[in-house]
Structure formats: structure tokens, C-alpha cells
Design a protein around this ligand. Sequence first.
Ligand code: RP5
Length: 162
Amino acid sequence: MSKVAIVMGSQSDWPTMQNAALMLKQLGVEYDAQVVSAHRTPELLTEFAVTAADKGIEVIIAGAGGAAHLPGMIAAHTHLPVFGVPVKSRTLNGLDSLLSIVQMPKGVAVGTLAIGDAGAANAGLMAAQIIALHDEAVRSAVQDFRRSQTQKVLSNQKLELP
Ligand code: RP5
């Protein structure tokens, strides 16, 4: 059963949001990914968010660009933790997405990640770290991943001039 749901406002967000999926896959966390648009499919958004907890979802990752109200609207409908990924927009490079997602008024929380690929990957990592609180296999996958990053830095210290 999928523990993490990845949703995004448009098919065009997938190249960014697949970084969350790749991270979850690497860490052995089952996920579902689908397009749910706050303004194009508002009924689907409500249905998704209201039923997510009963379906066994524990964490939601929501990516959107522009006037990115998807993460906040989902958070308004569920007690599950919601992580928002600002997708880089064509006109304002994602600053619009970031400000739309990060400035949640007090009382409804969205954990906002960085703009673009890094934010999506880190959203996957955050979700896995939450699942790791009660899942030993995921916990050791997260720890292995962190160790391998450290090792990569330590084993490549060559800083040569061109
Ligand atoms: C938002 O509008 C989506 O999250 C996407 O980032 C942006 C553009 O969507 P498309 O016009 O590419 O479908 O709803």
C-alpha cells in the first residue's frame, strides 16, 4: 500500500516532480503519483485530500507552479503532513510558486521546499524520513543514503586548476 502521495497541478510539472518519485523509489517507499489541479479539477482535489488518510496515505507531496494554491488547499482538507514543491515557472522562474506556497497564514501548515528539482528530491527525502520513524527498512535506507553522500565527498577531494 502506498504511504506517500505525490500530486501536481499539471502533467508539465512531472519532469520536476519525478525527482520526488525517484528519491522515494531509491529509499524503498511506495508512492502514488497523479495530476490534481486546484483550479482545473477542484472537485478531484477535495475528494483526494479528504480521502487520503483513510486510504493509508501518511504524507502528501504537492508540487505546483505559478499561483500555486494546490499544497495549501490540500492541507486545508486533511490532517496529514503536506510538503509543497514550488515548480519553476516560465515567467518568474518559480519565485511566484515559492511565495504562493511558503506564505501560509498561521493555522494551516505546509512544509515548503526549494524551487525545482532539488526541492522535489528533498520532499521525497523528508517524506521518507517521516515514514522511517516507524519503518526500520526505510530508516536504514535513509541512513545508507546519507552515508553514501558523505563518502562521495570525502573520497573526491581533488581540487585541480584547469
Ligand atoms: C499550475 O500551472 C501547474 O502546477 C503548472 O506548474 C502551471 C502550468 O500548467 P500548464 O499550463 O503547463 O498545464 O497549475
